[in-house]
Design a protein around this ligand. Structure first.
Ligand SMILES: Cc1cc2nc3c(=O)[nH]c(=O)nc-3n(C[C@H](O)[C@H](O)[C@H](O)COP(=O)(O)O)c2cc1C
Length: 369
């Protein structure tokens, strides 16, 4: 097992978050987890909008860690922010200052949409987990593209920025390809990679796009469009984000299709519709509330999927799901991930986790990739 980084700043951050910020955040808004989420992104956006503050925070928090070359990009470290936290890219200027080595914005859809009815986000503290059925609430790809263009023109983005794309809810499944292509075109030249999200449990029918036929059609079209847009240049890498609930056979099939269609990499995994490994006190809530489960109950399964993918292909892979501690991150890297992402871990462990993961030494088995 790796040694957690215990430098003074990391310890101070850890204590400040666990004893100060987290109890406050969890009580805020009368326990309305989504309200807290929006306030947090407001704060991150406010930080990004103030260059002096950004520089100050960056100086204070800049994690140690060696850059990683992957997907034709340079990542300052191995830990990224997973999709769903910053759907509209409001904090795109600030995530790097907070220590992340990349961010995946979105999931964004061709058309703006409100998402599902509230409440749709639930904390399960005893399980260190979250259930969400947000349903791709987002301001639409055009708004994200505008924001990204402005930030890029300002030179305010200092880490690779991926964008996760999904299907608008009202678009029928048979028109899904065109819906995704609208996002691909709008993001041309703005995203460092695209993540094709076919694994969220909260858009009806979306996960059917992981089946061989529809997946081949969708990825063929998306990869083809990025190549067409790039002309003689380098096409934007296209990654596919998979669910942890696929059977082994379905996972193998999806991988074969992704590789055949020219995907540049995989992201594993999204949230689970399963309810295993939930603490007894959270069971009633977990059974009652529909949606994707993330956090500690997902740790083992996500790692297992990453290992299966690694056994099947050498393509770049981002491991995500239940990275709650630096040891979870190390295990994910050892299972075959080249980079890791966190979401629920950030809610429970705070920014010290990012700093610790960023400082993990290169994994010997992956060092040459
Ligand atoms: C509130 C919430 C919203 C999410 N929204 C998205 C999303 O829009 N697109 C996506 O690909 N994943 C989304 N995810 C899934 C995360 O990116 C991640 O794959 C999953 O939560 C597992 O990682 P974790 O255990 O570190 O949270 C969301 C997760 C949460 C908790």
């Amino acid at each position: 097992m790796s040694q957690p980084v215990t430098d003074v700043r990391t310890r101070a951050l850890d204590v400040a978050y666990r004893r100060g910020a987290r109890p406050l955040l969890f009580r805020l808004g009368g326990g309305d987890a989504e309200a807290v989420h929006h306030r947090t992104v407001d704060l991150v956006q406010a930080l990004g909008d103030r260059p002096w503050a950004r520089t100050g925070v960056s100086r204070a928090l800049a994690p140690p860690g060696a850059p990683v070359r992957l997907l034709g990009l340079t990542f300052p470290n191995r830990v990224g922010l997973a999709a769903g936290m910053d759907k509209d890219g409001r904090g795109v200027r600030a995530w790097g200052a907070l220590g992340f080595g990349h961010v995946e914005l979105g999931t964004v859809t061709a058309h703006p949409q409100p998402g599902n009815d509230r409440p749709r986000l639930f904390r399960l503290p005893a399980s260190r987990a979250v259930i969400n059925r947000m349903g791709f609430n987002n301001a639409g790809v055009a708004a994200l593209a505008r924001r990204l263009r402005e930030a890029r023109e300002e030179g305010a983005i200092d880490i690779p920025v991926g964008v996760s794309i999904g299907k608008t809810k009202v678009t029928p499944l048979e028109d899904a390809v065109e819906d995704y292509l609208t996002s691909v075109r709008a993001l041309d030249g703005l995203a460092d990679y695209l993540a094709v999200n076919v694994s969220s449990p909260n858009t009806p029918g979306l996960r059917d796009l992981q089946d061989a036929g529809p997946l081949a059609e969708l990825l063929g079209a998306v990869v083809g469009e990025t190549r067409r847009l790039a002309g003689e240049g380098r096409a934007t890498p296209v990654l596919v984000k998979l669910a942890p609930d696929l059977t082994d056979a379905a996972l193998e099939q999806a991988l074969a299709v992704a590789i055949g269609a020219g995907a540049a990499g995989l992201i594993a995994t999204n949230t689970t519709i399963g309810r295993r490994h939930v603490a007894p006190v959270d069971r009633a809530l977990a059974e009652r509330e529909a949606g994707g489960l993330s956090g500690a109950p997902l740790t083992r399964r996500a790692r297992e999927v990453v290992a299966r993918i690694r056994a099947a292909t050498d393509l770049p892979q981002i491991g995500v799901g239940g990275v709650m501690t630096v040891d979870d991150a190390a295990a994910m890297l050892d299972a075959g991930a080249d980079l890791v992402q966190v979401y629920t871990g950030l809610i429970y462990a705070g920014p010290a986790l990012v700093r610790q993961v960023a400082a993990l030494p290169a994994r010997p088995a992956r060092a040459a990739r």
